[in-house]
Design a protein around this ligand. Structure first.
Ligand code: DX5
Ligand code: ZN
Length: 218
């Protein structure tokens, strides 16, 4: 099993002090950047200019989570900015394999996301195309929501399939991850943990990252 990676979500950072808040998570494996468009989800965050500056000012690799309509059109634009990986949603994309291959051609990892009511099994047929599968553990759109433990069965089924086929696919979970839920998601088979409010709601975000990592590895 690969090491646990922690990806703090800057959705819970102070948007007027983004550079300061990026510096506070220097011990993170990835910085999770939530891009929302008021259409795919009922919230609006940031676009390319801000994501570009994030990629420029932090040495932590950017993991861009697109919660937008038409990722087939827009995901490559974020890859161009230097994101390590770009995530797009099953419920938004028209041609996930084509998009994943396009991202790979640009040197960017491809991550495919499913919402809580969406099954993971349809992805099994195209699993080799992706570096990471994101299982949402809240409805996408907002930070600070309650963790959906009922998604753990999905994580286990996906981990079993990845293991059975000898693949190296990462499983990411996003939503309600904290030191208390981290052991649950790690035990189910997730290895990339996104955490927003649990990191930026803490007095010291770097300490919170270490706590989540230790809880997941315990
Ligand atoms: C929600 C976003 C998450 C969010 C998680 O739609 O995709 O990345 O920031 O926030 P927490 O960790 O507070 O649930
Ligand atoms: Zn996210």
């Amino acid at each position: 099993m690969t090491a646990i990676q922690i990806a703090p979500s800057i959705l819970s950072a102070d948007f007027c002090n983004l550079e300061r808040d990026l510096n506070r998570i220097a011990n993170a494996d990835l910085v999770h950047v939530d891009v929302m468009d008021h259409h795919f989800v009922p919230n609006l965050t940031m676009g390319e200019p801000i994501v570009q500056r994030i990629c420029e000012v932090t040495p932590v690799p950017a993991d861009v989570h697109l919660m937008i309509e038409d990722p087939d059109r827009w995901a490559p634009e974020f890859a161009k900015l230097g994101a390590k990986s770009v995530t797009f949603h099953m419920g938004a994309t028209h041609a996930p394999v084509r998009l994943a291959r396009q991202l790979h051609d640009m040197g960017c990892e491809a991550c495919f996301a499913v919402r809580p009511a969406e099954p993971v099994e349809p992805i099994f047929d195209i699993l080799e195309e992706f570096d990471t599968i994101l299982i949402m553990t809240v409805e996408p759109g907002f930070g600070g929501q309650k963790f959906l433990g009922n998604q753990m069965d999905k994580v286990r089924r996906l981990r079993d399939e990845i293991t059975r086929r000898g693949l190296k696919t990462n499983i990411q979970v996003d939503g309600g991850v904290s030191p208390s839920t981290a052991p649950i998601v790690a035990a189910a088979g997730a290895n990339i943990l996104v955490a927003g409010s649990a990191v930026y709601g803490a007095d010291d975000p770097a300490v919170a990252i270490d706590q989540i990592r230790e809880a997941a590895q315990a």
